[in-house]
Design a protein around this ligand. Structure first.
Ligand SMILES: NC(=O)c1ccc[n+]([C@@H]2O[C@H](COP(=O)([O-])OP(=O)(O)OC[C@H]3O[C@@H](n4cnc5c(N)ncnc54)[C@H](O)[C@@H]3O)[C@@H](O)[C@H]2O)c1
Ligand SMILES: O=P(O)(O)OC[C@H](O)CO
Length: 330
């Protein structure tokens, strides 16, 4: 019998990179997209015309429109923006996902409902098994076969190990975790802090200020993650410290870049109108603030990012406000 395929839903930058790296790891992959030109180009020319254009997609990857055959997948990676996950899961349908292992790859929180990706999946398909893939990983690095280590969380370590074995390849190394809540919160929150660090850079407030924001962001995440049922240990790992470091220091991060442009004086509307790429933190910031308020946790940096996004104050005056907070111990 032929090997079952892994289905990757979402043929954007991250879905394409993951499909390619799984192919390199010897897996048969079906990449599900919604743009027929992209599908045809991937199958005929081995490249995605919209994302990672120069990467030659591994031959084990087949692209297709829609979700045909997904019910027989070995596992499904959901790789669409966080705000689209619910609609895409509904489009695929609970019946086809029943009992399947679904690896949630989006790093974001749902507006209005304040839900994490695994909560959305539980509502969309209660019998599916949720896993979360997160950690420091730029699509372009993964697609170019540069060494990358990430966190893969499941309900138990044993369950996570199985998916780790499935996803691991010569240049892609997942570590197992049993903290779904902590790992998915870490991935979503780091995008908010990347906006802050980008803004600090864009306003030329200095590398010392940026490092201070990163360290205080790391401290700020702990109480919220714990209040919501995750563990601080997850923050010490790849999904926490690893991704915070990457996203808060590199202009290649779309969230950092968005923040950089805000710090340099552009407005949210101007940046969006210019066709900026997906910056999940823009959507997750109000959710992060609402969650902090709901759980009674102090989150001054998340609050400042929300004020920045709402155009209430420029980053230098928001940082000045942070500097005027009462002095305290670490
Ligand atoms: N790009 C990265 O380096 C990277 C790394 C790790 C995690 N992620 C996360 O992965 C998620 C996806 O990011 P990306 O970089 O692939 O974004 P992207 O903008 O490159 O691609 C998103 C893809 O989702 C599709 N999509 C959007 N809305 C859809 C809908 N309603 N129905 C069906 N398909 C839809 C788009 O057509 C596109 O193909 C984000 O949450 C991001 O934080 C990205
Ligand atoms: O480009 P960003 O800011 O969405 O970051 C991509 C990945 O999440 C980095 O780990």
């Amino acid at each position: 019998m032929s090997e079952k395929s892994i289905y990757v839903v979402g043929a954007g930058a991250w879905g394409s990179a993951l499909a390619h790296t799984l192919g390199l790891g010897g897996r048969s992959v079906v990449l599900c997209g919604r743009d027929d030109v992209a599908i045809r180009t991937i199958n005929e020319e081995r490249r995605n015309p919209h994302y990672l254009k120069t990467v030659e997609m591994d031959a084990r990857v087949t692209a297709q429109l829609g979700y045909d055959g997904i019910e027989a997948a070995q596992a499904v990676l959901l790789v669409v923006p966080a705000q689209a996950s619910r609609a895409v899961l509904a489009e695929i349908g609970a019946d086809r996902l029943a009992g399947q292992s679904i690896i949630l790859c989006a790093k974001g929180l749902e507006k209005d409902t304040l839900k994490r990706q695994s909560e959305i999946l539980a509502e969309a398909c209660p019998t599916a098994h949720a896993f979360v893939l997160s950690g420091p990983s730029f699509a372009v690095d993964v697609a170019q076969g540069k060494p990358t280590a990430v966190t893969l969380a499941g309900k138990s370590l044993a369950a996570a190990h199985e998916i780790v074995d499935l996803l691991a390849g010569p240049t892609f190394r997942p570590y197992s975790s049993d903290d779904i809540v902590g790992v998915e919160l870490a991935g979503a929150l780091k995008n908010i802090y990347a906006l802050a660090c980008g803004a600090v850079d864009g306003a030329d407030l200095g590398l010392s200020a940026r490092s201070s924001i990163m360290a205080r962001a790391f401290a700020e995440m702990g109480p919220l993650v714990e209040a919501m049922g995750g563990t601080k240990e997850s923050l010490n790992g790849l999904a926490g410290l690893g991704d915070l470091t990457l996203s808060c220091t590199a202009r290649e991060s779309r969230n950092f870049d968005f923040g950089y442009r805000l710090g340099a004086g552009e407005s949210v509307d101007e940046i969006v109108a210019s066709g900026a790429k997906l910056a999940e933190g823009v959507h997750s910031s109000p959710v992060g603030l609402a969650l902090a308020e709901k759980y009674g946790v102090e989150a001054p940096i998340i609050k400042a990012v929300n004020a920045l996004l709402r155009g209430e104050a420029p980053i230098d005056s928001l940082v000045a406000q942070l500097m005027r907070r009462p002095l305290r111990s670490e």
